[in-house]
Design a protein around this ligand. Structure first.
Ligand code: ASP
Ligand code: MG
Length: 605
C-alpha cells in the first residue's frame, strides 16, 4: 500500500462533471489499495475572476486582502470534491491550508512554505478517509492565523511539499496536457511527449515549463527526492516522470528554500578563447563551433554579445588540455572571417587566456528574485575578484575569473550565500544516467523579453554589481546577462559592454534607471531592443559531449538566422535572435535535435 499525493489543476475541476470524474479516479486509486491526499486548485478560471473583481474595486488592493480573496477559490473546490467522493461512498474530508498546518513566510501573495504539520492528515488517513487539501494557501503563523498564498500556480508547490512532508511514495500532478512536451505544441506541432525529464532540466526550462509545473514544485521534488509525475486528467497514459538524484537528507523545517542559492560550483580546469570582431551575420558561430566539434573538442561556456557596428565577439572556454587545439582552430578560421562589410576592421583577432576558473551559483530560488546575480557580483567585487565573463541561465549564474582568484571567490560566495557543500553536477547524476540521457531533451522560445545594452562600462571589480543592484532595487529581475570580451579604451579607462535581457514590461524602467545612473557609473549609452526572441535547448546529456552548440548554430545558419547573443550553462544553450525569427528558430532546433515526432497533441484552449 502506497501513500500518494494527487494534484488536480483548475481545468480538471472546472465543472461539476469534471469534479465527479476526478472523484471517480480518486476512488479507483483508493480501491487499488492506496492512501490518498488530494490537492486541488480553484475551479477553472476562478482565480483570474477574483483578481479581476479586486481590480474593479481598487487599483492597488492590499496583498493581505488579495490573499483573503484568492484563497476562497480553493475552498470551494475542496468542499465540492469531498462531497463528490462522499456521494461515491468514499469517506473524505476537506481541509484548508490553515487546518492542515501549512506554515509559510509572512509574505502575502508570494509566501514560501516553511513547514507542514502532518499529524492531522495522518489521523484522517488512518481512518480510511481521503484528505482533500486546498492548494496554493497556507498560514503565516499559528497565533494570528493569517492566510497567505504561494503565488499564482502555487498549488503544484503545495502538492509536492505535502508529498515531501508526508514522505509519500509519489506525487502525481494531473493536468490538461498529457505531460511535458519537447516544445510548446502551439509553435511546434510535432512536439513530442517526454517520458522522463530530470529536475535540473525542468528547472532550466522554467520559463517554458512554468505553465505545466510551478518551478518551486520542481525544486522541492529535487531537494527531497519526491517521485513526481505529470499526466493527463482525461486519460490513463503514464505521462512524464520528473526524476531527481537521490538527495542528501534534509530537515523538513524551512521546507522551501529560504536561501536563493543552493550550491556554489567551480571548475578550475578552464581556458578561454575569444574571437574579436567576427562579422555579425548568419553562420559565423556555426562555422567556428563546427570546426571545433570536428576536432572533438568539448566547449563549456560560450558567450556572444552584440556590439555597435557590424561585428561580434565570441568567447568560449575549453579544458586546459584542449586549449592548444582549440586555439589552432580559432587561429585558422580567423582569416576566413574577414569582415566584408567594413574592410577597415580587418580580420577577427584571437585572444587567449590560459588559466581561468569558472565559479557558479545555482538554485531555483533565484527565479523571480531580483538581486541574486547582483549579490554574486558584489561578493566577488568585495573579494577583489575581477569578472571576465558572465553567463546566466534561469537557475545559474556563472562567472569566468582568473584561476588565481578561484579559492578566494569560492570562500566568499559560500559565506555570502550560506552554502557549505559544492556538489559537482556530473558526480551527482553518476555516469550511467549521463550516458543514457538524450543530448537535448527539449527546446523553448521566450518572446517576452527585451534586450538592454550598456556601453563602455569601466572594467574594474564592482561595476556589474552596481548595475544589477540598481535594477534589483527597482524590483527588476534580469534574465540573461552577458559581459562582452571586447575592451575599449575610453579616456584612458578600459571599458567593456554589458548586455542583458529583462521582461518586456520592465524594459523602460530598467533603461531609465540605468540612464540616470550612467554619468556616476562612468558608462555611456544604454540601448533597448524589444524585438528579440530567446531560443534555448536543454539537456543533461550535453555535458561532456562535443558538438552540441555547433549543431544548434548550424540549424540557425541553414535558416539564415543571425544570432545576436549566446549564453550557456552546463545543460543549456540560449541564443537571442530577432523576434520575427523566433518561431522559425525554435522549429529549426527542435527538428535538428531529432525531437520531432508524428504524434499530435491537443492544445488546451
Ligand atoms: N488557483 C491558483 C492560481 O490560479 C493556484 C493554482 O491554480 O495553482 O494561480
Ligand atoms: Mg498550474
Amino acid at each position: 500500500m502506497a501513500l500518494i499525493v494527487q494534484k488536480y489543476g483548475g481545468t480538471s475541476v472546472g465543472t461539476v462533471e469534471r469534479i465527479q470524474a476526478v472523484a471517480q479516479r480518486v476512488k479507483k486509486t483508493v480501491a487499488e489499495g492506496h492512501s490518498l491526499v488530494v490537492v486541488v486548485s480553484a475551479m477553472g478560471k476562478t482565480t483570474d475572476g477574483l483578481v479581476k473583481l479586486a481590480h474593479e474595486i481598487s487599483t492597488h488592493p492590499s496583498r493581505r486582502e488579495m490573499d483573503m480573496l484568492l484563497s476562497t477559490g480553493e475552498q470551494v473546490s475542496i468542499a465540492l470534491l469531498s462531497m463528490a467522493l462522499q456521494e461515491l461512498d468514499q469517506p473524505a474530508i476537506s481541509l484548508t491550508g490553515a487546518q492542515v498546518g501549512i506554515v509559510t513566510e509572512a509574505h502575502h501573495t508570494r509566501a514560501r512554505i516553511l513547514s507542514i504539520e502532518t499529524e492531522r492528515i495522518q489521523r484522517h488517513l488512518q481512518q480510511g478517509e481521503v484528505v482533500v487539501v486546498a492548494g496554493f494557501q497556507g498560514i503565516s503563523s499559528t497565533t494570528d492565523l493569517e492566510i497567505t498564498t504561494l503565488g499564482r500556480g502555487g498549488s503544484d508547490t503545495s502538492a509536492v511539499a505535502l508529498a515531501a512532508a508526508l514522505q509519500a511514495d509519489a506525487c502525481e500532478i494531473y493536468t490538461d496536457v498529457p505531460g511535458i512536451l519537447t516544445a510548446d505544441p502551439r509553435i511546434v506541432p510535432d512536439a513530442q511527449l517526454m517520458s522522463e525529464i530530470t529536475s535540473d532540466e525542468m528547472l532550466e526550462l522554467a520559463s517554458l515549463g512554468a505553465k505545466v509545473l510551478h518551478p518551486r514544485a520542481v525544486e522541492i521534488a529535487r531537494n527531497y527526492g519526491v517521485t513526481l509525475v505529470v499526466r493527463s486528467s482525461w486519460e490513463d497514459a503514464p505521462g512524464t516522470r520528473v526524476v531527481s538524484p537521490i538527495p542528501q537528507a534534509r530537515p523538513l523545517e524551512g521546507l522551501e528554500l529560504v536561501h536563493p542559492v543552493d550550491a556554489v560550483e567551480f571548475d578550475t580546469d578552464q581556458a578561454k578563447i575569444a574571437l574579436l570582431r567576427v562579422p555579425d551575420r548568419p553562420g559565423v558561430a556555426a562555422r567556428l563551433f563546427g570546426e571545433i566539434a570536428l576536432q572533438n573538442l568539448d566547449v563549456d561556456l560560450i558567450i556572444q554579445s552584440i556590439h555597435e557596428g557590424n561585428t561580434n565577439d565570441i568567447a568560449f572556454t575549453v579544458t586546459q588540455s584542449s586549449l592548444h587545439r582549440a586555439e589552432a582552430v580559432a587561429a585558422a578560421i580567423a582569416p576566413a572571417l574577414r569582415n566584408h562589410a567594413d574592410p577597415t576592421l580587418g580580420e577577427a583577432e584571437v585572444m587567449v587566456e590560459r588559466q581561468i576558473a569558472k565559479v557558479s551559483i545555482a538554485g531555483a530560488g533565484m527565479i523571480g528574485r531580483p538581486g541574486v546575480a547582483a549579490q554574486m557580483f558584489a561578493t566577488l567585487a568585495a573579494a577583489d575578484v575581477n569578472i571576465q565573463m558572465i553567463s546566466t541561465s534561469e537557475v545559474k549564474v556563472s562567472c569566468a575569473i582568473d584561476a588565481a582568484d578561484c579559492d578566494r571567490a569560492i570562500a566568499a560566495l559560500c559565506k555570502e550565500f550560506e552554502v557549505t557543500s559544492s556538489p559537482a553536477n556530473l558526480e551527482k547524476w553518476g555516469d550511467r544516467s549521463q550516458e543514457m540521457a538524450p543530448i537535448v531533451r527539449g527546446a523553448a522560445l521566450d518572446l517576452n523579453q527585451a534586450r538592454l545594452a550598456i556601453r563602455h562600462v569601466p572594467d574594474r571589480p564592482g561595476m556589474a554589481a552596481q548595475l544589477f543592484r540598481l535594477l534589483a532595487g527597482k524590483g527588476i529581475s534580469v534574465d540573461m546577462i552577458i559581459q562582452s570580451q571586447r575592451c575599449r579604451l575610453i579616456n584612458g579607462v578600459t571599458t567593456r559592454d554589458i548586455a542583458f535581457t529583462v521582461a518586456q514590461a520592465d524594459a523602460d524602467a530598467a533603461q531609465t534607471a540605468l540612464k540616470e545612473a550612467s554619468p556616476e557609473l562612468g558608462c555611456s549609452e544604454v540601448t533597448v531592443d524589444r524585438a528579440i526572441a530567446k531560443v534555448s535547448v536543454v539537456g543533461t546529456g550535453m555535458i561532456g559531449r562535443p558538438g552540441v552548440a555547433a549543431k544548434m548554430f548550424e540549424a540557425f545558419a541553414q535558416q539564415q538566422i543571425n544570432i545576436q547573443m549566446i549564453a550557456t550553462s552546463e545543460i543549456k544553450i540560449s541564443c537571442v535572435v530577432a523576434e520575427e525569427e523566433g518561431v522559425r528558430a525554435l522549429q529549426a532546433v527542435h527538428a535538428a535535435f531529432g525531437l520531432a515526432g508524428t504524434e499530435q497533441f491537443q492544445v488546451p484552449a
